[in-house]
Design a protein around this ligand. Structure first.
Ligand code: RTP
Ligand code: MG
Length: 139
């Protein structure tokens, strides 16, 4: 099914100059960016985005990390884009991610794991709306 998912290149990866390389890998996988922006999340904005995790012990640390520098957000479109992008990212913990995946290649640790991707189509719709308005979505 043709889907759109939300990808975020997280602050650690942007700070290390990896945004272009990661977007190139995404495009090489046949996932098309149809909206793109760089922004710096405030802590409150990061809290809004990751609200599902607010009871988790790692939440405060995650908020500090996600607001520590600019991120690059992209809407990625393609057949089964949600699952295909999750597969390209690899497991949450870079040490457990398959060789060749973005997190294995670019992640530094369980928290600073380089990229985010929506985990299901319903969450993708909510997350895309968090970052992009209708005018910004080219498809
Ligand atoms: P994401 O939402 O960022 O795509 O990652 P995910 O689905 O693979 O993992 P999730 O469980 O949703 O966790 C969100 C992000 O929180 C950080 N994390 N830290 N210290 C910890 O135990 C821990 N666990 C997760 C990671 O940055 C993870 O991507
Ligand atoms: Mg998640």
């Amino acid at each position: 099914m043709l889907q759109t998912t939300l990808a975020i290149i997280k602050p650690d990866a942007v700070a290390r100059g990896l945004a272009g390389e990661i977007l190139a890998a995404v495009e090489a996988e046949g996932l098309r960016p149809v909206a793109l922006k760089m922004l710096r999340l405030s802590k409150a904005q990061a809290q809004g985005f990751y609200a599902v995790h607010k009871e988790r012990p790692f939440f405060d640390s995650l908020m500090d990390y996600m607001s520590s520098g600019p991120v690059v957000c992209a809407a990625l479109r393609g057949e089964d884009a949600v699952a295909r992008y999750r597969a390209l990212m690899g497991a949450t913990n870079p040490t457990q991610a398959e060789p060749g995946t973005l997190r294995r290649k670019y992640g530094q640790n369980l928290e600073a794991n380089a990229v985010h991707g929506s985990d299901c189509p319903e969450n993708a719709a909510v997350e895309l709306a968090y970052f992009f308005n209708a005018l910004e979505m080219t498809e």
